[in-house]
Design a protein around this ligand. Structure first.
Ligand code: MUC
Ligand code: MG
Length: 383
C-alpha cells in the first residue's frame, strides 16, 4: 500500500496582465493554493484550489481553502491508502462539509500522484482521452470597449481565440448593452460572443437584458441571476431564445441533477473546483449529457496546474458544445509551469505525460509564494 505521508499547501499570488473587471470585483492578482502530497514510496502529487476575487465570488477564499486542507483534510488523510481515491474521498467527505474547492485541490493531487505512480495520464484513469484539445474562449474584461476590441483583434490575428466572453453586470443595463453592442459590431461574424453576468441582475433586469443581448446577436448568457434561484433561471431559460448557462448555481452533482431535472438551463459551466473534484465533475458532465444540456469547460482562473487537470478530464469527452475557457495561465504576467500549456489554432491542447501532465517551475512558485521576501510577493498581498 502506498500511504499518504504528508500534505502541504502554499498560497501563490500571481499578478494579472490587466485588471480583470467582473460584476463583483476587479482582479489584479490571482491567489492560488498549491497542494503537494508526498506518498510513502517517495512519489508526489500536485493539486490546486483556486477561487475568484477573494470571497466576492463564492464561499471559499485562498486563506479558507488553505486552512480547510491544513487543519482538517490533511489530518483526516494522514497515513491512509494513497492509491484508493474513492476511500480518500469518503474520508474527506466525512471530515469536511461544503468547501468544494479545498476538497477538489486534494483530490486532484491524489489523481496526479496515482497517475505518476502508474505511469499513465489522469485522462487514462478516467477512461482515456477522445480528443487532444478543446476550443478555447477568452474573457474580455478590461472594463473598456475599445480596449476589449483591440484585445479581441489581437487574439483573432494570433489564432488564439475566436469565442469571447464579456463580463457584464457591473454597469447599468443600458451601458452594458451599449458596450456589448460596440464589440459585436466591431467583430461581426468573425467571433462568437457570450456574456457572464456573475449573478448581478434581478429577474426583471435579466428579462430585459436577455432580449437586448439577443438583438445584438450574443449567443449565450451565463448566470444572469443569483445562483440560488433555480426557478427564476428556469423561467429565463424557457423565455429566452439565446442560451442560458448555469455557473455559480452548480456545486456538484446534486445541483446539476436538480437543474437538469427542471431543465433550468441550456448549458452547464463544468468547473472541477466548484464540483468538488475531478470525479464529481465527471458526474456533472454525465448528468448534463443524459439531460441533453450543453457543456462548457469552466475555469476559476486557475494556473496551469488546475488547468491541466481539468483538461485531462475534459478531453475524455468528445463534445463541448460551447468549448472551454481554460485560459487562466494566459491571464497572468508569468508562467509557473516548466512547459506552458499549448494553445494552437483556437484550441488548448492536452499535455502529454503521466498524472496531470505538467511540471511546476519550483523557482517561479517560490518567487510568487505569499510570505516570501522578494519584490513581487511583497508588492501584491500581505498575509
Ligand atoms: C466565471 O464566473 O465564470 C471564468 C472566466 C472568467 O473570466 O471569469 C471566470 C469566472
Ligand atoms: Mg461564470
Amino acid at each position: 500500500m502506498t500511504r499518504i505521508d504528508r500534505i502541504t499547501t502554499e498560497i501563490i499570488d500571481l499578478p494579472t496582465i490587466r485588471g480583470h473587471v467582473l460584476s463583483m470585483a476587479t482582479m489584479t492578482v490571482q491567489s492560488i493554493v498549491l497542494v503537494r502530497i508526498r506518498f510513502s514510496d517517495g512519489s508526489e502529487g500536485l493539486g490546486e484550489g483556486t477561487s475568484i476575487g477573494g470571497l466576492s465570488y463564492g464561499t471559499e477564499s485562498p486563506e479558507s481553502i488553505k486552512a480547510a486542507i491544513d487543519s482538517y483534510i490533511a489530518p483526516a488523510l494522514q497515513g491512509s491508502d494513497g492509491d484508493n481515491i474513492s476511500a480518500a474521498r469518503r474520508l474527506i467527505e466525512k471530515s469536511v462539509r461544503g468547501n468544494p474547492i479545498a476538497r477538489a485541490a486534494v483530490e486532484m493531487a491524489l489523481w496526479d500522484g496515482l497517475g505518476r505512480r502508474l505511469g499513465v495520464s489522469v485522462a487514462q484513469l478516467f477512461g482515456g482521452a477522445v480528443t487532444d484539445g478543446i476550443e478555447l474562449a477568452w474573457t474580455l474584461a478590461s472594463g473598456n470597449s475599445e480596449r476589449d476590441i483591440e484585445e479581441a483583434e489581437e487574439m483573432l490575428a494570433a489564432r488564439r481565440h475566436r469565442q469571447f466572453k464579456l463580463k457584464i453586470g457591473k454597469r447599468a443595463l443600458k451601458d452594458d448593452l451599449a458596450h456589448v453592442g460596440r464589440i459585436a459590431a466591431a467583430l461581426g461574424d468573425r467571433a462568437r460572443l457570450t456574456v457572464d453576468v456573475n449573478q448581478a441582475w434581478d429577474l426583471q433586469t435579466a428579462r430585459i437584458g436577455l432580449r437586448g443581448l439577443e438583438e445584438i446577436g450574443v449567443a449565450m448568457a451565463e448566470q444572469p441571476i443569483d445562483g440560488r434561484f433555480r426557478d427564476q433561471l428556469k423561467s429565463l431559460t424557457d423565455g429566452s431564445s439565446i442560451a442560458v448557462m448555469a455557473d455559480e448555481a452548480l456545486n456538484g452533482p446534486v445541483d446539476a441533477l436538480r437543474h437538469a431535472a427542471d431543465r433550468a438551463a441550456d448549458a452547464f459551466a463544468v468547473k472541477v473546483a466548484q464540483s468538488g473534484g475531478l470525479a464529481p465533475a465527471a458526474e456533472v458532465i454525465a448528468i448534463a449529457q443524459a439531460a441533453g444540456i450543453g457543456l462548457y469547460g469552466g475555469t476559476m482562473l486557475e494556473s496551469g496546474v488546475a488547468t491541466a487537470a481539468a483538461l485531462q478530464l475534459f478531453c475524455t469527452v468528445e463534445r463541448w458544445d460551447w468549448g472551454c475557457e481554460l485560459f487562466g495561465p494566459l491571464l497572468f504576467t508569468d508562467e509557473i509551469l516548466v512547459k506552458p500549456l499549448e494553445v494552437r489554432d483556437f484550441r488548448i491542447l492536452l499535455p502529454e505525460g503521466p498524472g496531470i501532465g505538467v511540471t511546476l517551475d519550483e523557482e517561479k512558485a517560490a518567487y510568487y509564494r505569499r510570505g516570501r521576501p522578494g519584490p513581487a510577493a511583497a508588492g501584491i498581498v500581505a498575509e
